[in-house]
Design a protein around this ligand. Structure first.
Ligand code: G2I
Length: 446
């Protein structure tokens, strides 16, 4: 593996020299953003998004170019989506979802059941009335977004920090210990295509709290309670630093068979120390094959829920920080900031590409992930053609544009993932109803 990568590097350099015009900057363009660097390693790179900031052009400029996954920061929480009982309000969350879809970004829903940010009417409920209200909430919200989300944080922060592995005491916990599995079963029934995650903080290393979550996930899998993923929030500061057994902890959950995701990453600090911690988080995710992506909890330091800790990848003006470069480098991308050459090199875009598919199917539906790989020459665009089985239809596509929804389809690269260095790859995906395509698609460059 190492040897073939070294050979590819040599080939890239040779192609550049032979072409005469193509610069290294251009050859490496495929991986100059957080999203494209992560995609080259088949991972997503996401951020929390606040609907009220979508009129800020610095914010949206970074959002649209750097990120491939979006988590509404507050807009899908219970207080936002059901402000009075059985009256639902989706305007802000819908804005985020529609915008993400238009930009080829996927969405993580956050969060269906949580002890915090509950609407005030919930406070007067307990017992079966509260349990029914929770079920009704999950059914309505998950149905509203059915087929549109990559994943849901179904239950958030349900374990205590007592060090004894106990559940957090809350009004939801008081309805009975089975509230978590009921939440997952309800979410699956409402939206069978979203991956269903349990999400928590202080579970990033091996400790009593993470072991309690681990035991719950293992039990759910053994008893057939639907759970697909575990989210590790990864809010780090000096009191709660990146643990040395972070990767080992992600791996033990992955070994249970669930996907792991880093869901709310932020690291207090600055300069090289902060950058090093960010690199280690990326390296840990890359070392765990079931770690499918990383989301940071905000774009600029000033967007953070703890802005004074300057914990994010862009400063308050939107300039990339040292930690930003460290993340791109850790993904194997390049952080060159010189602008791409406009020369029309004869080697540009003339290379070949290949495409392969991986499917996640269930009765009546599927998610297909397509990996597009450039041949021995850099490419600047690609098109993937495949024919869906009769009766199947695509319901949503990310990181590419589909020509239609059924039959013979072509998928054209998005603006940010058409350029691939020699041997580099990117991925896009689509979700659909019916049976998945399972052959080898045709990949062409133009
Ligand atoms: O606390 C950090 C995160 C921990 N994990 C779960 C996440 O959902 C949580 O996010 C934060 C948001 O970043 C904050 O923006 O959750 C907070 C609430 O628990 C959010 O703060 C709230 C403020 O407390 C409210 O006063 C405000 O109205 O944001 C609301 C909307 O701006």
């Amino acid at each position: 593996m190492r040897r073939s990568r070294a050979i590819l590097t040599v080939l890239t350099a040779a192609a550049v020299t032979a072409g005469g015009f193509l610069t290294l900057t251009q050859a490496a363009n495929a991986a100059t953003t957080l999203g494209s660097a992560a995609a080259a390693k088949s991972r997503y790179f996401g951020t929390a998004v606040a609907a009220y900031k979508l009129t800020d052009s610095v914010y949206t400029g970074l959002l649209d170019t750097q990120f491939t996954m979006v988590t509404p920061e507050n807009e899908m929480k219970w207080d936002a989506t059901e402000p009075s009982q059985n009256t639902f309000s989706y305007t802000s969350a819908d804005t985020i979802v529609a915008r993400a879809k238009a930009n080829g970004q996927r969405v993580r829903g956050h969060a269906l059941a949580w002890h915090s940010q509950q609407p005030s009417w919930v406070a007067s409920l307990s017992g079966t009335a509260l349990r029914s209200a929770m079920v009704n909430h999950i059914t309505n919200v998950a149905t509203h977004y059915k087929g549109q989300l990559y994943a849901w944080d179904v239950v958030n922060e349900a374990f205590s920090d007592n060090g004894d592995g106990s559940r957090r005491s809350s009004n939801l916990q008081a309805t009975g210990n089975d509230w978590i599995e009921v939440a997952f079963q309800t979410a699956r029934a409402a939206d069978p295509s979203a991956k269903l995650c349990y999400n928590d903080y202080n579970t990033d290393g091996v400790n009593a709290k993470s072991t309690a979550v681990y035991t719950m996930v293992k039990d759910f899998l053994a008893r057939g309670v639907p759970i697909d993923c575990v989210g590790f929030q990864s809010h780090f500061n000096s009191a709660s630093p990146l643990p040395s057994d972070y990767q080992a902890n992600l791996q033990r959950f992955a070994d249970l068979g669930v996907e792991v995701q880093i869901t709310e990453l932020d690291i207090a600090g600055s300069g090289t120390a902060q950058a090093d911690s960010y690199s280690k988080v990326v390296a840990a995710c890359l070392a765990v094959s079931k770690c499918t992506g990383i989301s940071v909890w905000g774009i600029r330091d000033s967007d953070s829920w703890r802005a004074s800790d300057t914990p994010l990848l862009f400063d308050a003006s939107g300039n990339p920080k040292e930690a930003y470069n460290a993340v791109i480098t850790a993904f194997g991308g390049t952080t060159t900031t010189s602008s791409p050459t406009t020369s029309s090199s004869p080697t540009t875009g003339t290379g070949a590409c290949t495409a392969t598919v991986a499917n996640n199917s269930w009765t009546g539906g599927f998610v297909t992930t397509v990996t597009v790989k450039a041949g021995a020459t850099a490419i600047t665009s690609w098109k993937v053609a495949l024919t869906l089985p009769t009766g199947s239809a695509v319901t949503s596509t990310w990181s590419a544009t589909a020509s239609g929804s059924s039959g013979a389809l072509t998928f054209t690269n998005a603006s940010y993932n058409g350029s691939l260095a020699a041997g580099a790859s990117t991925s896009f995906g689509f979700q659909g109803t019916g049976t998945a395509f399972s052959g080898t698609p045709t990949c062409t460059v133009s």
